[in-house]
Design a binder for this molecule. Structure first.
Ligand code: THU
Length: 137
């Protein structure tokens, strides 16, 4: 996996951020298990709550194209190192318990984590595997 390429794509995606309210630009790029790359930017809505982060834009694009397993996701934002918010960490967890998360401010300046570093003791799909009762189905 080419980390620099992923960061480059995240930087490109950041250019597309629609952020008239915060003016805080974020870009994300992820690579799937089958080596496809999907990108996303944050998109803000005037009534605020429908706003979506760059990471989730990229993840939902991948999921909706049939790619459910994320190997790695790179995130770039207007702060020095922009870390995924709690909601996005949980969304990454849904699809890839062992994903690599790269936060960067340039191709050469990045930090790398595993999802479990940023979301320890997480709750996920496996927790619900045996919980459905007969009446529910
Ligand atoms: N934002 C992201 O896109 N990703 C993050 O991980 C942190 C926050 C966006 C949401 C909003 O558009 C702006 O940054 C300010 O919160």
């Amino acid at each position: 996996m080419d980390k620099k390429e992923l960061i480059r794509k995240a930087l490109e995606a950041k250019e597309k951020a629609y952020v008239p309210y915060s003016n805080f630009h974020v870009g994300a790029a992820l690579i799937t298990e089958d080596d496809e790359i999907f990108t996303g930017c944050n998109i803000e809505i005037s009534s605020y709550s429908p706003t979506i982060c760059a990471e989730r834009t990229a993840i939902f694009k991948a999921i909706s194209e049939g790619h459910k397993k994320i190997k790695a996701i790179a995130v770039v934002g207007d702060s020095d190192f922009t870390y995924p918010c709690g909601v996005c960490r949980q969304v990454i967890r849904e699809f890839s318990k062992d994903a690599t998360i790269i936060v960067a401010n340039s191709e050469d300046n990045y930090r790398e984590y595993k999802l479990a570093d940023l979301l320890p003791h997480s709750f996920g799909p496996e927790d619900l595997e045996n919980s459905r009762s007969e009446e529910d189905v």
